[in-house]
Write a protein that binds this ligand. Structure first.
Ligand SMILES: *Cc1c(COP(=O)(O)O)cnc(C)c1O
Length: 230
């Protein structure tokens, strides 16, 4: 299957059920991204700041770039002028920096709060208590240049579907709870990003409305990003 046919058949499945497809293009070439673009795909995800900036500069400006990897505070400045969504916000510190730089560029940057749901020590994200603590903090409501659109999570890398399902279920419950408690009046708190190539069907079944797919679209990556180094 070609990249174009992969995009087309995924969109046929996902669009009617209201699930947004983020094409995760990390390690993939501009030519490969352009194949997906030609098939109509406009949202692309990257997990490294520098790689994203290089692709942003080279590729069409109507692409919406989503950061899906850990973001260091000192790197926010490189993406603040153009980023569409930062899915991997994992601390108040980085959120404040995003707010500051978005303000500088007269922008409001859409963010997802990454929640730690996996049974693995290597993943980034808030745990439940940290998330609630931040949302309740005095500082959070003062941030005027970020818009929290929802939550993002990565399930455990396992064949055990029951484990994955429970993690996604837990994140959906948290999403509903956080929405009811903190974003009742905000119609823009509407995005639950969960599911990658190996588990996106389970994620959708549990309530995801955004999935992040790399290898399903582009084929296997030669270099595996075990963690985000930038
Ligand atoms: C790489 C990556 C994906 C896509 O992974 P695939 O298994 O290739 O679909 C999704 N989300 C995040 C956070 C990633 O780093």
């Amino acid at each position: 299957m070609s990249i174009a046919t992969n995009i087309e058949s995924l969109q046929i499945d996902l669009k009617p059920i209201g699930v947004t497809l983020v094409a995760v293009s990390k390690t993939k070439s501009n030519e490969e991204i352009m194949e997906a673009y030609a098939a109509g795909q406009r949202i692309f995800g990257e997990n490294m700041v520098q790689e994203m900036v290089e692709k942003y500069e080279a590729l069409p400006k109507d692409i919406e770039w989503h950061l899906v990897g850990h973001l260091q505070t000192n790197k926010v400045k490189y993406i603040a002028p153009f980023i569409s969504m930062i899915q991997s916000v994992d601390s108040l510190k980085v959120l404040k920096e995003i707010d500051k730089l978005a303000g500088k560029h007269n922008r409001i940057i859409d963010c997802l709060l990454q929640v730690y749901i996996a049974d693995e020590a290597t993943k980034f994200g808030f745990d439940h208590a940290e998330l609630i603590e931040m949302l309740r903090s005095e500082e959070f409501p003062r941030l005027q240049h970020i818009r929290v659109r929802g939550l993002m999570g990565i399930a455990t890398n396992t064949e055990n579907e029951k484990v994955i399902k429970e993690e996604f279920y837990e994140l959906k419950m948290l999403f509903d709870g956080v929405k009811a408690s903190f974003f009742r009046k905000a119609e823009t708190f509407d995005t639950l990003s969960m599911g990658m190539s190996s588990d996106y069907s389970l994620a959708i079944e549990q309530g995801a409305n955004m999935v992040r797919l790399g290898s399903t679209i582009f084929g296997k990556r030669i270099i595996k990003h075990y963690k985000n180094k930038d």
